[in-house]
Design a protein around this ligand. Structure first.
Ligand SMILES: [Zn+2]
Length: 246
């Protein structure tokens, strides 16, 4: 009788051990998969709440989270709506001035003080996009005291996810003006996303402004092409903040 009881205890212990090892194994596999996952940081600069609000449904449809770099002096209704949907609010100055040309007073007022204003409104901004992509070592160093990541606007670059934790990263414009036809846009997207998906744990930053026709916008159907292609290739869309805390 005693022996039987002991046997049962051993069996239960064995099962428990198996469950623990299997769970730890699954967690490890999940982490490895997460680390190897490649993706896109998609951003929209300036401030176009109407077209951005209209696109929220499209983002939901493809489970895409993006970062809006707002050039605005305080949190707005759009900001809260975007946050609610899992998007990020980053900053893009008050007044859209060239940061490399700002004196200390202007830098404080247009780039640094708004962090506090937004924080008081419940929005913690940790990402910044340079207007016109104009920056230098000095502005990077100064701004990185306040923001975790500062973003350019000139080049296509493939980054490791670690680059997105802290520092300067480049971004590539997908505005309509750069692609004469939809075919040209699609070919470029195909090329970029294929390169990403051939990589391990790599990300790239793409950006536009309003979601519309017009030179400095991206057409909704072009965005949808990007989302479909990314889905096909198993690429994920990240917000900037998501990778800062990685
Ligand atoms: Zn801008």
């Amino acid at each position: 009788m005693k022996r039987k009881k002991l046997n049962i205890v051993w069996i239960i212990l064995g099962i428990l051990m198996f469950i623990i090892v299997a769970t730890l194994g699954c967690i490890k596999l999940y982490r490895v998969k997460q680390a190897r996952q490649c993706g896109i940081l998609l951003a929209f600069d300036d401030y176009s709440p109407d077209s951005w609000t209209e696109a929220l449904e499209l983002f939901d449809k493809y489970n895409v989270h993006v970062t809006f770099f707002v050039a605005w002096d305080q949190p707005t209704e759009f900001c809260y709506k975007a946050l609610e949907k899992g998007h990020e609010i980053g900053f893009h100055t008050i007044g859209h001035g060239d940061v490399t040309d700002m004196d200390e007073e202007e830098l404080q007022r247009c780039v640094i003080d708004p962090i506090e204003t937004f924080r008081n409104g419940g929005i913690e901004m940790t990402s910044f996009a340079y207007p016109y992509g104009f920056h230098d070592d000095e502005t990077d160093e100064r701004l990185l005291e306040y923001y975790k990541v500062v973003r350019g606007a000139w080049y296509y670059e493939v980054h490791s996810k670690a680059d997105l934790r802290h520092g300067f990263v480049e971004a590539y414009s997908i505005d309509n003006i750069h692609f004469e036809t939809d075919e040209e846009f699609q070919a470029k997207i195909d090329q970029i996303l294929q390169e990403l998906s051939d990589n391990v744990g790599a990300v790239t930053c793409l950006y536009s402004h309003a979601i519309d026709v017009g030179d400095w916008c991206v057409k909704p159907e072009r965005l949808e092409y990007l989302f479909q292609k990314a889905e096909e290739l198993g690429l994920k869309f990240y917000t900037f903040k998501e990778l800062q805390n990685n």
